[in-house]
Write a protein that binds this ligand. Sequence first.
Ligand code: GRF
Length: 289
Amino acid sequence: MFGKLKQRWKVNGVNLVLILCTFALGGSLCGYAGRQLIMLTGLEKGPAWVLLYIILVTLLWPFCVLLISVPFGQFTFFIKYLAKMKNRISGKKVTQHSIAIFASGAGSNAEKIIQHFNAIKPGSKTQGRVSLIICNKPGAGVLQIAAANDINTLLIEKERFFNGDHYLPELRAHHIDFVVLAGFLWKLPPALVKAYPGKIVNIHPALLPKHGGKGMYGNKVHEAVIAAGEKESGITIHFVDELYDNGKVILQATCSVEANDTAESLANKIHLLEHRHYPEIIENLLNAK
Ligand code: GRF
């Protein structure tokens, strides 16, 4: 039962205990406050007393759990929990998306996407969470970012990824319905692309179709841009198909390439563009579904 709750609320064991304590103490506080308030009315115990008690407890409960959640460090959880309850009661349809990020580098884009979805207002129509980080490089920075944000990780190996079940069982187990590539260098196997039609996006640090394709990643892209004498570079966010950097373009944003730019300085400009646009584009795509 506790395992199921952990999964359902997407929390670890410590937070689950704190949440359950908040429920218990919040409920007791609410019962106590309800009784005290009725005492003020001087009402005798009877059907009217019970009815008033039920009304008061229902009204007080959200405030009591929120109050208790503060010292237990669970305020954010309960704000979201109450917003979900409100949506359910009012019949508002909220879509909860579960996102997987494939990344094998520093993970700065993954971090921005995680933060973006964590910050979406509880009442919004589309809710999403990065539920899984998939990586093929032990020691990659993105794994630390996942750990710091309490996100499950999957370290994959080549043979199973390309010739086995492509880790589809794990994606299904995490209810993944949208896949984001953010610094993942392997081409996706066709079966994986087919499993998520129109639901896999990638970001490339240049203006495709120029400076893309196999082997074009990291500073190699920026070096090629500078060597080609480009006056402009930028980012391309696109859908993913079976080929490298090939799917339909969703957005391109540009920055200038100055005469004194190095691969590093250009990379910094590109990262700023990526962080500004990628999380927002992902949210827009999910909203449109
Ligand atoms: C980004 O520049 C992205 O365009 C490319 O890989 C890089 C990943 O950077 N696909 P980070 O690991 O997110 O910092």
